[in-house]
Design a protein around this ligand. Structure first.
Ligand code: SF4
Length: 288
């Protein structure tokens, strides 16, 4: 039976049953035919971003530009000139330190620190000292008085110096930074690199046989280390001509008095090494 005849009979049956209207149904459009790739060709899926762009959608945000890594600035001509002069006698060393301190007093390399400091804190002590202490950066008291290690941590350092049988003025004392970071935060890597020229200059002028790095900041910056002071302490490391011992910063001892025991062990190790070296020198002199 042809299809249209069946349909007519079905509609007549509906009419005789009292059904005069039928609901309309939206049928889906037939799928469009997919274009076949050319023979032997490949269909490469388009990247989602390209597809979104072509559809007029927003492009994904580009990653932020990577900041330049901290870099050490070129040495100042004044510093180079100071360090070229002879520095053998205590008077020559004193003069070189004075000149370098004058350069530091006018230094503006770390603009926020230079703007907020009351004064730069260069260093104090015997220009011909065999022992140099290196700390982190000036605090509020140091910024006010212009001398390193003069606050509560400095008073504790003085006690340690006294317990070792030394006097403060026999030692040369300075910091990684010569200007106070706001809020006593740690020096930024760029600030430490900016100020490295002056630390190196002081070490070169004083030419100590021994250096004590007080705290992780001093140890890591002087020695270009990544290990913490807890891992570096209890042993000697070398920097130029100097034997270097690292130990906890006195301000850490104020917060953690139990670490005084380890610092005292480090200082005993330090004194024993000096005694050993001096004994060796005396022995060599006796043999000559
Ligand atoms: S911290 Fe050092 S490099 Fe920075 S401004 Fe002070 S003296 Fe200059």
């Amino acid at each position: 039976m042809p299809d249209n005849r069946i349909s007519r009979q079905f509609l007549q049956w509906l009419k005789s049953s009292g059904i005069t209207h039928l609901p309309t149904v939206n049928l889906p459009e037939p799928a469009k035919s997919l274009k076949k790739p050319k023979a032997g060709g490949r269909v490469t899926p388009r990247p989602a971003a390209a597809a979104a762009t072509s559809a007029g959608k927003q492009q994904p945000a580009r990653p932020a530009a990577t900041p330049a890594p901290p870099a050490r600035p070129a040495p100042l001509a004044e510093t180079v000139a100071i360090l070229e002069k002879p520095m053998t006698t205590a008077a020559e060393k004193q003069s070189a330190l004075q000149l370098l301190g004058d350069v530091v007093a006018g230094c503006q390399r770390c603009t926020p620190l230079a703007e907020s400091r009351q004064q730069s804190v260069f260093g104090v002590g015997d220009p011909n000292a065999s022992i140099m202490f290196v700390g982190e950066a000036p605090g509020a008291d140091e910024d006010r008085l212009g001398e390193p290690f003069v606050g509560a941590a400095g008073q504790l350092l003085d006690k340690i110096i006294g317990a070792c049988g030394w006097k403060r003025e026999q030692i040369y004392i300075c910091n990684v930074l010569r200007c106070r970071p706001p809020g006593n935060r740690n020096p930024l890597p760029q600030e430490a690199l900016n100020c490295r020229e002056f630390l190196d200059g002081q070490i070169r002028i004083v030419n100590p046989d021994y250096i004590v790095c007080w705290g992780t900041v001093a140890a890591q910056n002087l020695l270009q280390e990544t290990r913490s002071v807890g891992r570096l302490r209890g042993q000697f490391l070398q920097h130029g001509n100097a034997k270097v011992l690292c130990t906890y910063h006195p301000s850490y001892l104020l917060r953690n008095p139990s670490a005084k025991k380890q610092v005292w062990e480090d200082m005993q190790l330090f004194m024993a090494q000096i005694e050993k070296d001096q004994g060796g020198q005396a022995g060599e002199a006796g043999e000559a």
